[in-house]
Design a protein around this ligand. Structure first.
Ligand code: ADP
Length: 439
């Protein structure tokens, strides 16, 4: 617009100079005052030429400034493009590379010179080329494709998984003129996804084999229980008959059969309980009963074991009767397991069973011993199934490593908590907190 104005100025000045020249030529001889007028006119025209020249200079200056700014911007964008961490490419509409940044040359493992003018499709894995061509043809119409996962084959390197985002570049009138590509290497992500998938599969397999193991344990223990009960029953009968025969040796043998069968049955019952607890098939049968009585009776049953080892077994219960609502069989099982462990792992001193009422309808049951103790680093693990502190010392004491796992699961099922306090060589205390009434 301003340039047009300037040309108009110059044109006007030219016309005036021309007419002045002609006027001066015709009038120089006849009228000198006309000559003066012409000169005046010429001065004005020159003045206007000056203005136009000044205008031109200013315009030139601002043009130069604009050019410098554009160049700086272009440089900045070129650097951004060049040093971007992701691979950027510009291709024509047929996918032939026209521009590529450094990340793109590194990703495709090709020098800039060799990458230029190369059709991008040559880097696509053979199996995906026809699909790639279809998308390429559609691009001018669909404008943009995002996170398109493609396998890229690079020069002298392993293929990589990549995610491509591509969009069309349009001119001022909206006609597609080029394609702009952003290519990201997602092989690491793909690898982690595959590993995660693998881990999930393995987890499923583990869960399935765990389920099969539980099922196997449940079936085997169930199947073993019936013949064991028969052996127990018949050896009882046999023992009675043998007693009347007064054959000490035979009586001793039958007695051993009976005791070993009892022990085996206990182990089987333990396995069965544990598998039921694990598969959440164990149902509590709540009923009201006197906890003091159950605790005292249980201690009494185990007293002979403590006597055999020459250790004291104390019962410390303030209330003569303490009625609670729970499953008496399972509460007895908790006390038996804790007390028999305490006796088993104590060589000198005493074992004490204590019961107290706590506020908010709870009761505390504690079994304390002066035995070998458990290292603090093992406190959590004692509740894991089949876990035993020291295989050799435990083997002397027998056991399956299921007792505390069963206690833990039962206490949880009853809505209670169990904790352990122990020092090596000084003894152990297990504390069980239970609601006085099962929910
Ligand atoms: P088991 O007694 O059949 O081995 P448990 O689950 O009852 O299995 O106990 C697991 C392990 O915890 C025992 O083998 C023993 O090493 C340790 N433990 C349990 N109670 C005591 C205790 N009162 N004193 C010392 N160690 C104990």
């Amino acid at each position: 617009m301003e340039t047009d104005l300037l040309s108009e100025y110059i044109q006007t000045v030219q016309q005036r100079t021309q007419s002045l020249y002609e006027n001066a030529r015709d009038a120089s001889n006849e009228s000198p005052h006309l000559m003066m007028a012409c000169l005046e006119e010429l001065r004005a025209a020159l003045e206007e030429l000056h203005v136009a020249e000044e205008e031109l200079r200013l315009q030139n200056e601002s043009l130069l400034m604009a050019q410098t700014t554009i160049e700086a911007e272009r440089q900045r964008y070129q650097e951004l493009f060049e040093f971007a961490p992701d691979a950027y490419l510009v291709t024509d509409l047929y996918g032939t590379v026209r521009e590529a940044n450094r990340a793109a040359t590194e990703l495709l493992n090709l020098s800039h010179r060799h990458l230029m003018q190369k059709p991008l499709i040559t880097f696509i894995h053979e199996d995906q080329r026809s699909a790639f061509r279809v998308v390429l043809n559609q691009l001018p119409a669909i404008h943009r494709v995002q996170e398109w996962e493609v396998c890229l084959c690079r020069r002298r390197s392993d293929p990589i998984d990549s995610a491509i985002t591509v969009e069309t570049v349009r001119d001022a009138s909206g006609i597609a003129i080029a394609l702009r590509w952003l290519i990201r290497d997602i092989s690491n992500r793909k690898r982690s996804e595959a590993q995660l998938h693998e881990a999930k599969l393995q987890n499923l397999e583990l869960a399935e084999s765990d389920r099969l193991k539980d099922q196997f344990m449940a079936t085997i223990s169930h199947e073993l229980r019936t013949p064991m009960n028969a052996i127990l029953g018949f050896s009882h009968l046999l023992l009675k008959r043998v007693a009347s025969l007064e054959d000490q040796n035979l009586a001793h043998m039958v007695d051993r059969i009976l005791r070993n069968s009892q022990h085996l049955l206990e182990l089987i019952e333990e396995l069965l309980d544990f598998s039921k607890l694990k598969s959440r098939r164990l149902q509590l049968r709540p009923t009201g009963f006197d906890l003091t009585k159950i605790a005292t009776d249980t201690a009494q049953e185990l007293r002979c074991l403590a006597d055999q080892k020459g250790i004291a077994l104390n019962v410390d219960i303030a209330q003569e009767t303490l009625s609670i609502v729970n499953d008496p069989v399972r509460v007895r099982q908790i006390i038996t397991n804790l007390l028999s462990n305490a006796i088993k792992f104590t060589e000198v001193g005493q074992v004490t069973l204590g019961i107290w009422e706590l506020p908010e309808g709870r009761i505390l049951l504690a079994v304390q011993d002066t035995g070998i103790g458990i290292d603090p680093s093992d406190h959590d693990r004692v509740f894991h199934e089949f876990w035993q502190v020291n295989q050799s010392s435990t083997r002397n004491s027998g056991g399956t490593g299921l007792g505390l796992a069963i206690v833990h699961a039962l206490v949880e099922l009853m809505g209670g908590t169990i904790s352990i306090e122990s020092k090596i060589g000084q003894g152990t205390t297990f504390r069980v907190e239970l609601p006085r009434q099962l929910q």
